[in-house]
Ligand binder design. Structure first.
Ligand code: ADP
Ligand code: 5GP
Length: 188
């Protein structure tokens, strides 16, 4: 069986990573979404074990201590990390593995797994990003301000990624992302 590939998908909060990935998942078989652990509270509609493993800070710190995370980072007041356990198994079962993680975590994964392909999802402009983030209606004003500040830093790191995709329309961005994934899986 052909081993799967790792795809790291990053981009400022509100750039549309979840939305675009959701589209791509509809069209690609044998692809697995890595469910992260986080200390942030669930949003309406988010399911434990599907969108994230929602854990208390103590539990998260114990996961770090027991080396259960492939990478981890803090993001606007919360911890986020990728459980190491299932990734190797999924890759050897031939699944492509998708990590939706921020830039510090992405750098940690790239350092450990240089074969991983990294893709940065960029909003068409900062104004559009702000509008999308507010329009989503999931964060307080204070958290939105923190996420926008972080977005300005993250956009400066886009050049470190193998591919940069602008999310102007969901349909177009999903088609581009899917093409990148197809090219990589065929090549390797
Ligand atoms: P992220 O996962 O990067 O934080 P989301 O996927 O949650 O971002 O998208 C943020 C908001 O922007 C959501 O309300 C989503 O519906 C909207 N959105 C995403 N992509 C587009 C797009 N291309 N055009 C308009 N709105 C979009
Ligand atoms: P959100 O709270 O909007 O779901 O995610 C906030 C940020 O954390 C996003 O940039 C998302 O990609 C990132 N993120 C989600 N899971 C992980 C993870 O396991 N590790 C790291 N480093 N970042 C993550």
């Amino acid at each position: 069986m052909k081993r799967g590939q790792i795809f790291i998908v990053s981009g400022p909060s509100g750039s549309g990573k979840s939305t675009v990935l959701h589209e791509v998942f509809k069209n690609r078989g044998r692809m697995w979404f890595s469910v992260s652990a986080t200390t942030r509270a669930p949003r309406a509609g988010e399911e434990d074990g599907v969108d994230y493993f929602f854990v208390e800070k103590d539990k998260f710190l114990s996961m770090i201590e027991h080396d259960e995370l492939l990478e981890h980072a803090q993001f606007v007041g919360n911890f986020y990390g990728t459980p190491r356990g299932p990734i190797e198994a999924k890759l050897s079962e031939g699944y492509d593995v998708v990590l939706d993680i921020e830039v510090q975590g992405a750098a940690q994964v790239k350092a450990k797994m240089p074969d991983a392909t990294s893709i940065f999802i960029k909003p068409p402009s900062f104004e559009v990003l702000e509008k999308r983030l507010r329009g989503r209606g999931t964060e307080s004003e204070e958290k939105i301000a923190g996420r926008l500040e972080r977005a300005m830093q993250e956009i400066n790191d886009a050049y470190k990624y193998d591919y940069v995709v602008t999310n102007d329309s969901v349909e177009r961005a999903a088609a581009v992302l899917q093409s990148i994934m197809e090219i990589i899986t065929e090549r390797k």
